[in-house]
Unconditional design. Sequence first.
Length: 165
Amino acid sequence: MPILSAENQFRQGLVALVDGDPNTAAERFHSAIQIERQRHARRPQMRYLSYYGLSLALAHGPTQESILACETAARRDFFNPDLLLNLGKVYALAGLTTRALSTFERGLALAPSSPSLRAELGKLDRRQPLPIGWLARSNPANRALGRMRSSVQEWMLSRRTASPS
């Protein structure tokens, strides 16, 4: 059962996060964690730790501490899709796209109708738009044009990095 004062700190942190103030949110979530430690909570709330990691990543960029906080929370409370959402967001902020995608997919396996997980997964789609939008992705024309576009992009990138500016 959550400790009331810790729960109040957590809710204030959520409000700060929604208001776009991740620094204040991180302070509130950290306070909730500290209250639980002081009161020797038997079952610490992993959502406090998860949101603490997310708010740290939003406030100061993804750090080892923010990633570890979210990973620990998601590992200990592995049936909570919200914790996987937070972990995936932190992975995405850190540029760990493959980990973020697999984390969002694990969350969707637990909560298939979650609009938040679907939205985050949609933001990370690595595929470019179809060359010919009205044809299927598997159409031979789209496949050939997509490969050609990719080759040209790689060639242009190699020219940019090779040319002394």
